[in-house]
Design a protein around this ligand. Structure first.
Ligand code: FAD
Length: 285
């Protein structure tokens, strides 16, 4: 099922992001986690590509596995930095053969182990190049892209990044946001897109906090704001259980407010866990 069609036919719903497990031992738990989510009826699962140190080949394996279960739709992420047209072509053809007609088209980040990596020398320089490529050669695919409610961390300014995202939105079918903890950023972004007259489904990326220190570190890296109120709440928790409860409550509050603002579709960053996201999801779906 193409995701763009689900966004058109459903009134509301949520999707889940997973990363391919690194070790064979983690695979069993991962597969159990995936199956636990079936009863919650997600619209689809998205599988990251080479993020967090996992290998890129694993994404295809996991997509193939979920697709074979026929439990929900699946969307592989695909990054184009350092890729060639030929490598992108052969991977998308493999998804085509599986009848997985969905792609989250991303640039990705320069490899950490290559010094002075020069993006300008690649066949794809930005996500837009991949979006155009998929549109041109695999138009039957549903194409998602990423966006950053507070601006991309490497962009010179919010405005410049916004303009680059608008170019992606004009061609793609839907867009998923980076995590954020203050809904104002998402809502302001949505207003700006509407003002520009671009019609695209903007899906908020929600991460229920399980480990605040780790989230803060990641937020610093991505230049995502941690609201003072959230800091205050987290400074008062006295156990990891309390922290998880506070994280779930914050995510529920975020979803409630966004639903009141007319947001219909959500994307949850599961970190391959069931407990936190399912506690949030069951309040709404
Ligand atoms: P782009 O849209 O290319 O933007 C990257 C930067 O380039 C921005 O600063 C932008 O303003 C600028 N830019 C864009 N177009 C132009 C242009 N034409 N000229 C000049 N500058 C331009 N990473 C992974 O490695 N694997 C994953 O699976 C993965 N999944 C993700 C899922 C989501 C929902 C999100 C939000 C991010 C994900 N990422 C993943 C991270 C992502 O790859 C990084 O944030 C990356 O730095 C940017 O990717 P992008 O697709 O947004 O790039």
């Amino acid at each position: 099922m193409r995701i763009k069609e689900r966004y058109k036919s459903e009134k509301t719903g949520f999707s889940l992001e997973f990363f391919p497990p690194k070790e064979v031992e983690q695979e069993k738990k991962f597969k159990e986690t995936i199956k636990k989510y079936v009863d919650l009826k997600p619209l689809y699962a998205s599988i990251t590509y080479g993020a967090g140190g996992t290998t890129q080949d694993k994404t295809f394996e996991i997509v193939e596995f979920i697709n074979s279960l026929d439990i929900f739709a699946v969307m592989p992420h695909l990054t184009c930095i350092g890729a060639t047209k030929s490598s992108i072509n052969s991977l998308i053809k493999k998804y085509d053969e599986l009848k997985v007609f969905n792609i989250l088209a991303l640039r990705g980040d320069p490899p950490k182990n290559v010094e002075n990596f020069d993006i300008s020398k690649g066949e794809f320089k930005h996500a837009i190049d991949l979006v155009k490529y998929v549109r041109e050669y695999f138009d039957h695919f549903s194409i998602g892209v990423a966006f950053y409610p507070e601006g991309h961390s490497q962009a010179r300014s919010f405005e410049e990044d916004f303009e680059h995202c608008i170019e992606k939105f004009k061609i793609a079918d839907f867009a998923i946001s980076q995590m954020f903890f203050d809904n104002e950023y998402f809502l302001r972004y949505r207003d700006l897109v509407i003002k520009r007259g671009v019609d695209i489904t903007l899906v908020p990326g929600i991460i229920p906090i399980g480990n605040f220190e780790r989230i803060k570190e990641f937020a610093r890296f991505c230049k995502v704001t941690i609201p003072k109120k959230l800091e205050d709440i987290m400074s008062k928790v006295s156990s990891s259980e309390d922290m998880k409860k506070a994280g779930i409550d914050w995510a529920i509050k975020q979803c409630s407010e966004l639903i009141k603002e007319g947001v219909m579709f959500f994307h949850f960053y599961t970190l391959n866990q069931f407990e936190l996201c399912s506690e949030v999801i069951k309040n709404f779906w």
